[in-house]
Ligand binder design. Structure first.
Ligand SMILES: [Zn+2]
Ligand SMILES: [Zn+2]
Length: 120
């Protein structure tokens, strides 16, 4: 492959932003990829920042698998506890609702945990 700007020179790599061939004079090595000197330096730096951020979010989400299930389970318990103090007319409704939340929380927790355990 040839440099996009200097057709007589061999390219040493591709710009990460526009995928054009670059010779040593045209390329800037940003440590995590090459960029067109003075053209795509900022763009490639930004791409890398976004990718790094996503990687961090992904690894953080591995620890938060229990947050949503815990929320539903606790809300379900809250409904049932609240139901025991509620008037009879409301009680069945709160018990049913709390039971649904509780069951969904357990199911969600089991499902998330399995996905989490498989990934790590
Ligand atoms: Zn470029
Ligand atoms: Zn060149």
């Amino acid at each position: 492959m040839r440099c996009f700007i200097h057709q007589d020179r061999d390219a040493i790599g591709l710009c990460k932003a526009c995928a054009k061939g670059l010779c040593p004079d045209c390329a800037v090595d940003l440590g995590h990829g090459l960029a067109c000197k003075g053209i795509h330096e900022d763009t490639v730096a930004m791409y890398s920042a976004i990718i790094n951020k996503n990687a961090r979010v992904y690894s953080a989400s591995g620890k938060s698998w229990a947050v949503v299930p815990a929320f539903f389970t606790l809300t379900g318990i809250g409904f049932v506890v609240f139901g025991t103090f509620a008037p009879d007319r409301l009680q069945w409704f709160l018990f049913a609702f709390g039971g649904l939340f509780f069951a969904f929380g357990l199911f969600c927790g089991y499902y998330n945990y399995r996905a989490f355990a498989q990934r790590s």
